[in-house]
Design a binder for this molecule. Structure first.
Ligand code: COA
Length: 160
């Protein structure tokens, strides 16, 4: 059974993340979406809220599990018997950072490999911070997140 881990902060999950999760789910036998604990200084959503949002948005995908982790990603991968880490590459600017991360992880755990999905073009510019910034200035974020995530984000940010 090929188990893959898709790690990230997911504050909140965007349509870009869902695109990667759906494509990974179609390729892998099992996908664990893992929310990093203690990764962000001032998140809008708690880890538990981010896990719940991800569960709601991926409930149609039977081979996708949502979890949270702390510590080293490769240690978590070993605990979950996962040999593959999934990351999305949006633009050339992601490349250097992602290469460094995947090479470090490979050094730490040679039997865990990183697989990159190229982000679909319509989400290549997207990030959770951009979504939060547009929302905070009253902009339309419906193209970036699902209606449920949009209403939860507006509620958490105290917006109408
Ligand atoms: N669609 C939309 N947004 C995307 C995206 C996509 N396909 N891919 C990435 N992003 C955005 C995220 O929304 C996030 O935006 P933000 O910075 O505005 O919140 C940004 O890209 C960063 O991506 P994210 O997936 O959250 O990763 P990260 O850079 O925070 O890294 C871990 C998270 C979990 C992979 C990494 O920190 C980690 O492994 N930590 C554990 C400790 C460890 O093992 N360290 C050694 C690693 S070498």
């Amino acid at each position: 059974m090929v188990t893959a881990i898709y790690p990230g902060s997911f504050d909140p999950v965007t349509r870009g993340h869902l695109d990667i999760i759906e494509r990974a789910s179609a390729t892998m036998e099992k996908v664990i979406v893992a929310v990093l604990r203690n990764g962000m200084k001032n998140p809008v959503f708690t880890v538990e809220e981010r896990v719940k949002l991800l569960q709601e948005e991926t409930s149609h995908l039977e081979n996708v599990e949502i979890d949270a982790f702390d510590g080293l990603l490769v240690d978590y991968a070993k605990r979950r018997s996962a040999k593959i880490i999934i990351r999305g590459l949006r633009a050339v600017t992601d490349f250097e950072y992602e290469l460094q991360m995947s090479q470090t992880n490979r050094k730490l755990a040679p039997d865990v490999d990183t697989l990159f999905f190229t982000t679909s073009l319509e989400y290549a510019y997207l990030s959770s911070s951009i979504v939060k910034e547009v929302a905070s200035f009253g902009g339309d974020i419906s193209a970036f997140v699902t209606p449920h995530v949009e209403s939860e984000l507006r509620r958490k940010m105290g917006l109408k």
